[in-house]
Design a protein around this ligand. Sequence first.
Ligand SMILES: *Cc1c(COP(=O)(O)O)cnc(C)c1O
Length: 410
Amino acid sequence: MTQAGSKIVMSGASPLYNTYARIPLNFERGEGVWLVTDNGERYLDFAAGIAVNALGHAHPHLVAALKEQADKLWHLSNLYQVAGQETLAERLVAHTFADRVFFNNSGAEALECAIKTARRYHYAKGNPEKIDIITFEGAFHGRTLATIAAGGQAKYMEGFGPKAPGFRQISAGDVEALKAAVNEETAALLIEPIQGEGGIRLIDKAYLQAMRAVCDEHDLLLIFDEVQSGVGRTGTFFAYEQTGVHPDIMAIAKGIGGGFPLGACLATEEAASGMVPGVHGTTFGGNPLAMAVGNAVLDVVLEDGFLTHVKDMALIFRQGLAELQDRYPDVIAEIRGEGLMLGIKASVPASELVAAMRDEHVLAVPAGDNVIRLLPPLIVSAEDVRNGLDHISKAAEKLHTAQISSQQTA
Ligand SMILES: *Cc1c(COP(=O)(O)O)cnc(C)c1O
């Protein structure tokens, strides 16, 4: 230990908060679907920064957009017009259910705005008591004090004081339980159409339709969290398009910035009616750099054929994974998901499969329910998918062999 001023500095220890068990890999640069370490080792990046690097790394169109904007203007306060915001919002509105957009910097902030929008809607209509948001078991909505309460998972709330009021979890799937949960204080229902960190769990379309009907009947707002499932990830611009149900409010982030911090809350004109001058704000949200990149992401994602490409790659991936499941049922229990938001439910501890895949230089993300998320950049090629499947197969083979030898010695 050395003295640095009045502080005691542990030599060798990281000055960072100790909140992540970080994997000791030093990535120095990225090229498309690849990440390259400082030793020049290449990893197939099927984690994509947890669905953030939707167009992979160093996509030339995004790099050019960021550099061009960097030479002009970095930051403006929301006290002034920000041209890129108007453009990006117009494009989001043109391609979704929404009429209004509020830009911010992250998924949790987009959810905070969604929650505030819902409560303010009822407040403006003379119903200030309607503040409760019904959410769902296994949900993940972020790490702010409100969004951990919305997610309702004890592991994220423990030690952070009382749970923020106005959030109640029920389990998805039971329509009668949903109807019974609604009361005079209910403001909105909030759900991920596909739970991401909860383990790539698809919510039944019939249940989503029942949620819409309950909202219409009781004048509640339906909020979708498409922070992970949005922006082409599932083969449509947003996952809700495949459900026949549209929300009133939607939180997005991750893929929309392609790696630049960017989130947004989308709403219908009516749902946003309580959000009047002065009631909400942000310093950095909708910053010109973020808008330049967000618009560049949409240039690519909304191009003819791009979403078809996502669906085509998803099909190849899905079929390959199903074959691996047939071959190694003692390692792979189930394949889940939609588009390029895929999950492998493992028969071994998911962390072992993630580590075995990493040994094979394929990156994936663990999730709840013993699931491994595969979230490749949407620009992934058929060759990349087959390459990835070969390496996932090798990882599964190793774990399969290890299982057999441990059974033989037992
Ligand atoms: C990642 C995520 C969030 C939180 O986003 P942050 O940018 O980390 O705040 C919220 N909801 C879902 C579904 C997510 O996947």
